[in-house]
Design a protein around this ligand. Structure first.
Ligand code: PEP
Ligand code: MG
Length: 527
């Protein structure tokens, strides 16, 4: 077969060489067994498989994620959970239907509870139900071989997170977008990713070459193409190596202007392997991924925040309160909406579910004594939202003080990612700082969804309308003495850095693998 190169858009730079693994294959249907004994054995084997899978995830997880996984394992190993399903199998039900009915009944019970804690646990049960159903029906080919290039329409964040990337591999998407959350995760873990490849008519077996530096994939490569690919990937590695010389230096432009460069993280374990001397602290810790599949309790959150604060020492750590919703659904917390990016997302959801928000606030107040914490609110559109969120901090602070619990009130700032704030920042002259979320600001200004590849060319931070808003927020901050930073993905993009510095920004936050290249790009700017 002749070699075929298909062009797409680079979403996370790098090179990968491996077999294509199709993400969009239809789920394999469960095949009924010959007898109830066979059905019971199949169910027990599937539960065992789900437990082994969770155990192996636990080994690689940080302490907080491990806590959630261990809770799932304990539930799966509890005979009380499988008992009703085994009884139904005894009355002639196949294993998959018996398990689904038993778990659905259990889930309905949790959902009907008048206590938040139990309602939140319904999400865990749904997860457990689906893991066993998946184990029941999957064939042994469901797992991608190590080093494979995952190919499909899109890839959910959970699939990304459960894939072992230590053996290489990459992501090639028919659709997708460079601004999606999974693209952000790929950049932060250094996984090569290309989006917008369209349908690959032929998907030959054998090795494919993913060029996520320029954006493309080569199928059935000739020896000459493989050779050229190896050359490009080694010169990419050399280029990255050169940028490394900037890593340990403070960032300064050609004109000698200092720029602060911080990191964006999503899990406490993301800081493992980052030398704090190479960055100016954490510009954004997204907390919604901690909320992943189950709502984390106060202790889990406290330990997660404390770990990052202790790692950073005196350097600032900006933790964002949960920004669930949009393309980041959290079972048991977010709601089904027809247009989730314009719906109950970020601070709107937190203010609507104060019981859940207060748990996070207490964890943040307690963690604040362990370092230089700042807290910011996502998706702020009005000054009232900020005041309400700040009032909840004050209330929880008073309650902790009354109980004699050690805590500190951190400076409270806001994300500037809704155009109303960028256009009229004067309503926010009382906030401690602004952090521009260029991902959302761009999608809302350009009316181009960040996760929709079909409108990706419109979703550009380079558009004068977006840059003008960024420049005006930077100018407002300078005038009022309010620090302004940027934590959207544009901050780590060498092609966007000159425009951001020209717009007046001097404080960027980037995915950890982008620290060196961002500093190298800053050194090339003449402001
Ligand atoms: C942003 O919108 O730019 C941002 C940093 O937040 P998130 O990507 O998590 O929505
Ligand atoms: Mg955002």
């Amino acid at each position: 077969m002749r070699a075929m190169r298909i062009d797409g858009v680079p979403a996370s730079p790098g090179y990968a060489e491996g077999p294509l693994f199709e993400l969009d294959r239809p789920p394999v249907a469960y095949r009924r067994k010959a007898s109830p004994a066979g059905e019971e054995a199949a169910l027990k084997a599937a539960i065992g498989k789900a437990v082994r899978r969770l155990t192996s995830l636990t080994d690689a997880a940080d302490a907080d994620a491990a806590g959630i996984l261990e809770f799932h394992i304990a539930m799966l190993q509890d005979d009380a959970l499988s008992g009703p399903a085994i009884a139904a199998i005894g009355s002639g039900e196949p294993a998959d239907a018996a398990w689904r009915q038993a778990l659905d009944a259990e889930i309905a019970g949790y959902e009907a509870s008048d206590q938040d804690y139990f309602r939140a646990r319904a999400a865990d049960l749904r997860d457990i139900r689906d893991q066993v159903l998946r184990a029941l029906s999957e064939d042994s080919e469901d797992a991608a071989p190590p080093g494979a290039i995952l190919y499909g329409t899109d890839i959910p964040p959970t699939r990304f997170l459960e894939t072992d990337w230590s053996k290489g591999g990459g992501i090639a998407l028919k659709a997708g977008s460079t601004a999606s959350h999974v693209a952000m995760l790929a950049r932060s873990r250094g996984v090569p990713m290309v989006v917008g490849l369209g349908d690959l008519a032929d998907k030959p077996a054998g090795v494919a070459l993913l060029d996520a530096e320029h954006g493309g994939i080569v199928l059935s490569p000739s020896p000459a193409e493989i050779e050229a690919f190896h050359q490009s990937s080694s010169s990419f590695a050399v280029q990255q190596g050169k940028a490394q010389t900037f890593l340990i230096q403070p960032a300064v432009t050609k004109a000698g202007t200092p720029v602060r460069v911080r990191v964006n993280i999503a899990y406490p374990s993301d800081v493992d392997g980052i030398d704090i001397a190479t960055c100016d602290g954490v510009g954004l810790m997204r907390t919604e991924f901690l909320f992943g599949k189950a709502l984390p309790d106060e202790e889990t959150q406290y330990h997660a925040y404390r770990r990052v604060l202790e790692w950073a020492g005196e350097k600032p750590v900006t933790i964002r309160t949960v920004d669930a919703g949009g393309d980041k659904p959290v079972p048991g917390f977010t709601v089904e909406e027809t247009n989730p990016f314009l719906g109950l997302r970020g601070i709107r959801l937190s203010l609507a579910r104060r019981d859940i928000f207060r748990v996070q606030i207490r964890a943040l107040l307690r963690a604040a004594i362990h370092g230089n914490l700042k807290v910011m609110f996502p998706m702020i559109a009005t000054a009232e939202e900020y005041s309400q969120a700040a009032a909840l901090f004050a209330e929880e602070q008073a309650a902790l003080a009354a109980r004699g619990v050690a805590h500190r009130l951190p400076p409270l700032g806001i994300m500037v990612e809704v155009p109303s704030v960028a256009i009229a920042p004067e309503a926010f002259a009382n906030v401690a700082f602004f952090s521009i979320g260029s991902n959302d600001l761009t999608q809302y200004v350009m009316a181009a969804a960040r996760d929709n590849g079909a409108v990706a060319p419109l979703n550009s931070v380079h558009h004068p309308a977006v840059l003008r808003l960024i420049a005006s927020v930077a100018a407002f901050g300078r005038e009022k003495g309010i620090p302004v930073s940027l934590c959207g993905d544009a901050g780590g993009d060498p092609a966007a850095i000159p425009a951001l510095l020209e717009a007046g920004l001097r404080d960027l936050s980037v995915a950890p693998p982008q620290l060196a290249t961002a500093k190298a790009a800053i050194a090339d700017v003449s402001v």
